[in-house]
Design a binder for this molecule. Structure first.
Ligand code: GBH
Length: 452
């Protein structure tokens, strides 16, 4: 008899979204504008001029979306709170109506036995704070902790899992270095400063949580394991730089209280020195780490690539998703075991994992077959099981994403949902991948033991 796949009894199965990507109605009920509100209304920055004005209209359809999660058998839901709904100016006056939306969402989830995991920052800085420098202003750590405290006081009696920041690497790299994401800066001197104040803000919010909250708080990072394209010393060195830049830039300070030495080499004179007390603030004990995993990189030395001098090499026989990312499930096992090995036995969650593929139109019988996404999920779910087998303390998995949604500067051109959204009618149609995932959940992973 072959061994069946088994997950730990309390393992949580969920899906993830973020506020600006699904909610729509960004200025409803007294909310202030965010940097994404500004970014999408600046011509030329988002594909086809798409905006999040409507998105999935989740702000008005929240109750039926929770009912849909329940029908699919979801046990957990990771969503983010829009800072500028709660504090329209980013600080000061609280907008009760904005906070009330998230309170209703949490209550609806709990009524359906769905565990909420709340992300405090998924890229939508209040515009009023960006006017004061956003992540470049050292005061942001205090503003972020104050915002976090307002939310903790309202929801910690019902929310047991909190995340401070989603993917600080993307905030800095996309927002301040390469400019493809809001606030759209391209500045090598700003990037290290944004990184540092993001991490001080993370630390300050964790500190605030110890005063206000009773449950668990962590940090969510994106990890892409880097494999050297050859044994050549320059490729190995380039791989170490890429790995330090993406995978260790945020985890090292959060866990060890230091930045990887390679960053000085990468940023040169733009890499500042920081006072010792900052590192103490950043290195707060956290209760879990969230890992977002999509792909890996095979890396080679490349003088022309700025500022890393490293580039990914396309793999000839591999499958790529519609965003151009290689499908490589082993990388998820490698990532989880690497995190355990380097950072110790901290509880982990896979807080995002998923893929964009071109989907066929919804058929007459309301079915949509997305075999590539089913295949992606099956492989990656088996990969997390391998990591658990290897001793990783993995507590749950959140597929990205529940719904097709606003994919940032790519607008609605890329679909990551396990549920199809018709952006004209707002009709939701679970794809074959949603039905597959439902079976995974209902069998607590056992169906993954069956041959494909
Ligand atoms: C996540 O970030 C976000 O949290 C989420 O909001 C978003 O919708 C989702 O992903 C899908 O994009 O070109 O091969 O070098 C993803 C972080 C970092 C993953 C950059 C892909 C580039 C891979 N991404 N990475 S490659």
């Amino acid at each position: 008899m072959t061994q069946r796949i088994q997950f730990p009894p309390k393992f949580l199965w969920g899906s993830a979204t973020s506020a600006y990507q699904i909610e729509g109605s960004p200025l409803a009920d007294g909310a202030g504008p965010s940097i994404w509100q500004r970014f999408v209304h600046t011509p030329g920055l988002v594909r086809d001029g798409d905006t999040g004005e409507m998105a999935c209209d989740h702000y008005r359809r929240m109750e039926s979306d929770v009912a849909l999660m329940s029908e699919l058998g979801m046990q957990a839901y990771r969503f983010s709170i829009a800072w500028s709904r709660v504090l329209p100016e980013g600080k000061g006056k609280v907008n009760a109506a904005g906070l009330a939306f998230y309170e209703r969402l949490v209550d609806a989830l709990l009524k359906n036995n769905i565990q909420p995991m709340v992300t405090l920052y998924h890229w939508d800085m209040p515009a009023a704070l960006d006017d004061r420098g956003g992540w470049l202003n050292p005061d942001i750590a205090g503003w972020f902790a104050d915002y976090a405290s307002v939310v903790f006081r309202k929801l910690d009696d019902r929310v047991k899992l909190w995340a401070t920041l989603n993917e600080p690497w993307v905030v800095t790299d996309g927002g301040y270095l390469h400019g493809a994401l809001a606030p759209g800066h391209k500045n090598r001197f700003e990037a290290p400063i944004a990184t540092h104040h993001l991490m001080r803000s993370h630390g300050a919010a964790v500190q605030a949580y110890r005063a206000e909250g009773k449950h668990q708080i962590g940090l969510v990072v994106n990890i892409e394991p880097k494999y050297a394209a050859s044994d050549l010393p320059q490729d190995i060195a380039a791989t170490a730089r890429a790995e330090a830049y993406m995978n260790r830039q945020y985890l090292d300070p959060a866990i060890f209280g230091t930045y990887p030495g390679e960053l000085k080499e990468i940023f040169g004179e733009a890499w500042p020195e920081w006072p010792e007390e900052d590192y103490k603030l950043i290195k707060q004990p956290i209760d879990f780490l969230g890992v977002n995993y999509y792909t890996r990189n095979v890396t080679r030395h490349d003088e022309a690539s700025w500022p890393l001098r490293a580039s990914p090499v396309r793999q000839k026989s591999a499958t790529y998703t519609e965003t151009g990312w290689e499908v490589y499930a082993q990388g998820l096992t490698d990532t989880l075991t690497w995190v355990k090995q380097r950072y110790g036995d901290i509880p982990l969650y896979v807080t995002e994992n998923g893929a964009a593929f071109f989907d066929p139109p919804v058929a007459e019988n309301d079915r949509l077959d997305d075999p590539l996404r089913v295949n992606y999920l099956r492989k990656h779910l088996r990969a997390i099981h391998s990591a658990i087998d290897a001793g990783v303390d993995l507590r749950g998995y959140f597929v990205w994403s529940l719904l097709d949604n606003f994919e940032w500067s790519l607008g609605y051109s890329k679909r990551f949902g396990i549920v199809h959204v018709d952006f004209e009618t707002q009709k939701r149609t679970p794809k074959a991948s949603a039905h597959f995932y439902s079976k995974v959940i209902a069998s607590h992973g056992d169906v993954l033991s069956n041959p494909d």
